[in-house]
Design a protein around this ligand. Structure first.
Ligand code: FNR
Length: 320
């Protein structure tokens, strides 16, 4: 996996499932992260080859719920991101999935109480020994690249010190979200503090924060010197952000996303959440469209709502 000059789709819970990753890749994303999956949850799964869809599914034993779905087409660009607080569990999880993905990433930035209380996400930022343990265990035992994604610490010096320590574990790249744990998404990302990390390391750094247009990829790269750029909300609101020719109308992207969700039989909750994020950003959830999305119970209902009934039928017929 090459981390130089890449446009990267950031990990996003509920949003970053297979249809959205495929959509982003279609518009030009070079590397696509899956949503964070907690090691405990993944360890309850078995790997199932789904001949019907042409996917590889990680299915929770007992419930039958699909926890992670991927396909051979994205094998060389998809990154499996996990939430973990234990090297042994992280390794067992990575071993389950590593043959089907391009790289493994550890989330060290999530500030949500669920993550912090479980010792995961941003809780790791204050436990450098545990970071070493998790990353070196993975790197020693896996053939795929291992990376992690951090937030900024209280001072630029602290961030640089941690980044240097992470580099020593042998990670292939480091993604830096230019916000501190207490920052809100509306707070400006501190590109200059990402630049401090870039200047101190020799491995590729992936800069993340406040990329909302194609031109921002170049701006953040210039400001930070980072090897590659990662975008979350800018992609969620319009996946064609990766397109050098400019963004397509969001209504068009939404329809394409619905079609991909039908094609890959996506979880309806994840599909609804992604569409609602789009509506909330560009319009208003209280409008009839938002209310109608809320009422949908299946991805086929969403297909009907967006005039994709014929596509639904065509997909079904092509598989029977
Ligand atoms: C996120 N983010 C995130 N980060 C992560 O490491 N794992 C995850 O699963 C998620 N989930 C997630 C869901 C949603 C809906 C959003 C908006 C964000 C954080 C994300 O990857 C990114 O670091 C920040 O959003 C900053 O980038 P932008 O939005 O300024 O481009």
């Amino acid at each position: 996996m090459d981390y130089e000059n890449k446009l990267v789709l950031a990990p996003m819970v509920r949003v970053g499932a297979l249809p959205f990753r495929m959509l982003a890749a279609e518009y030009g994303a070079d590397i696509t992260y899956g949503e964070e999956i907690i090691d405990h949850k993944m360890l309850k799964c078995e790997r199932v080859v789904n001949d019907y869809l042409g996917t590889t599914d990680f299915v929770e034993k007992g419930t039958g719920g699909v926890v992670f779905r991927t396909c051979p087409e994205e094998r060389d660009r998809v990154v499996f991101q996990m939430g973990t607080s234990c090297a042994a569990r992280a390794l067992a999880t990575a071993q389950l999935v590593c043959k089907d993905v391009a790289a493994i990433d550890i989330n060290m930035g999530c500030p949500k109480s669920f993550s912090i209380s479980g010792g995961m996400g941003a809780a790791l930022l204050s436990k450098p020994e545990l970071i070493d343990d998790i990353l070196t265990t993975l790197i020693r035992n896996l053939d795929v690249p291992v990376t992690c994604k951090i937030r900024l610490l209280k001072s630029p010096q602290d961030t640089v010190e941690l980044a240097r320590r992470i580099e020593k574990t042998g990670v292939s790249a480091l993604a830096v979200h230019g916000r501190k744990v207490a920052d809100r998404p509306k707070d400006a990302a501190k590109w200059s503090e990402i630049a401090d990390v870039v200047a101190a390391l020799s491995i590729p750094v992936i800069a993340n924060g406040d990329v909302f247009d194609y031109e921002d990829f170049g701006r953040i790269k210039k400001a930070t010197g980072a090897a590659s750029v990662m975008v979350a909300r800018g992609a969620m609101w319009n996946a064609s952000i990766f397109c050098s020719k400019g963004k397509l109308p969001w209504e068009e992207i939404k329809r394409e996303y619905v079609r991909k969700s039908i094609l890959w039989d996506n979880d309806v909750k994840s599909t609804k959440q992604t569409i609602k994020e789009l509506i909330m950003h560009h319009s208003c959830l209280e409008f009839p469209e938002g209310k109608a999305v809320n009422k949908c119970e299946t991805v086929a209902d969403l297909g009907k709502l967006y005039g994709e009934e014929e596509y639904c039928i065509a997909v079904q017929e092509s598989r029977s």
